[in-house]
Design a protein around this ligand. Structure first.
Ligand code: ADP
Ligand code: MG
Length: 307
């Protein structure tokens, strides 16, 4: 990509008017300069989307822009943080204005919704790949982490895990998916739920690689196990297509939150979307025991792993 083309591209598609007094320097310098509000700590996370691996090649530019930020927002949500600033490393096969416009629209639609400013990035030529680094802030106390689950805690999940995997499977088979399509292409990061869970949940994680696998991260980090019930997995009304048990337990890309709640904590006043469902409880014995699922079937339910 010629230098002129590169600067024009950045200016045209990614420079936006920013109103954030914590940004001393944004796009245009060698690095952004940011001020962390007094009494808060910085949260940082990075996720890469690679064409054909993290989204089907037919995904629209808008949805790719949306999802590249959404998956990062989901990580900040799982920590109970507030998202603030992002950098974007974009590798493009060609500088196609139509694609760039769609991508920027999707990215900034979500950025605006959650008050995220794009403060820098990198633009290179190569096979399509998008890396977002997202910075958030939060009070040091009350950060949601993976290692706080204790025996007796209830295990909760938000929304309807399995739907993204169900959609992906059908798209790859050229089967219709209807309105559930957005569950794969436009995940809604659970930002307010993450904030709400601060001081309530004992551990939390976002489900990006499948419920069983992501729950395992909490269990291992916390040195505990869990007993869960297949019959309690959240289910929509009968008129809507149902993901299979395999989708629900091992499907990736849902970006729902999975969390544990100590027995004294209440979440009855959570009246917004997404729905929260108790699916079991933590116990001392390591591993997962699923009622209603033969152990042999459980063994096959490992979530997504890249290697
Ligand atoms: P350098 O060569 O010093 O790394 P660049 O020429 O790559 O700087 O980028 C110029 C400016 O544009 C920097 O402030 C950088 O953060 C920003 N930038 C580059 N690519 C993007 C992008 N895709 N989105 C947002 N900002 C970008
Ligand atoms: Mg550069």
């Amino acid at each position: 990509m010629s230098k002129l083309g590169e600067f024009e591209l950045i200016q045209r598609y990614f420079m936006r008017v920013i109103q954030d007094s914590n940004i001393l320097l944004g796009i245009g310098d060698d690095a952004a300069a940011l001020k962390v509000p007094r009494g808060e700590v910085l949260l940082t996370c990075t996720d890469t989307l690679v064409a054909g691996r993290h989204f089907p090649e037919i995904t629209t530019a808008y949805d790719i822009g949306w999802k590249s930020l959404a998956v990062n927002l989901s990580d900040i949500a799982a920590m109970g943080g507030m998202a603030r600033w992002a950098t974007l490393a974009l590798t493009l096969p060609v500088a196609d204005p139509t694609w760039l416009e769609g991508f920027a629209k999707g990215f900034f639609a979500l950025a605006q919704q959650y008050g995220v400013s794009l403060v820098g990035g990198d633009t290179t030529c190569g096979p399509l790949s998008i890396t977002v680094n997202l910075l958030g802030t939060t009070q040091a106390s009350g950060i949601l982490r993976r290692d706080g689950a204790r025996s007796g805690d209830a295990v909760y999940v938000s929304g309807y895990p399995g739907e993204a995997a169900w959609v992906l499977e059908r798209i790859l088979r050229d089967e219709p998916v209807g309105e559930l399509r957005c569950r794969l292409d436009r995940p809604e990061p659970r930002m307010s739920l993450g904030r709400y869970l601060r001081g309530r949940a004992s551990a939390a994680i976002d489900i990006s690689d499948g419920l069983v696998q992501d729950l395992d991260h909490i269990l291992r980090a916390s040195g505990v196990g869990a007993t869960l019930d297949v019959a309690r997995l959240p289910q929509r009304g009968a008129d809507i297509a149902q993901p299979s048990l395999q989708h629900k337990l091992a499907g990736g890309d849902d970006y729902e939150l999975l969390f544990t709640l100590p027995s004294g904590q209440q979440i009855h006043d959570w009246e917004q979307e997404p729905v929260l469902t108790c699916i079991g409880h933590i116990d001392a014995e390591p591993g997962q025991r699923w009622l209603g699922l033969p152990h042999s079937e459980f063994i096959g339910l490992r979530g997504y792993q890249h290697f």
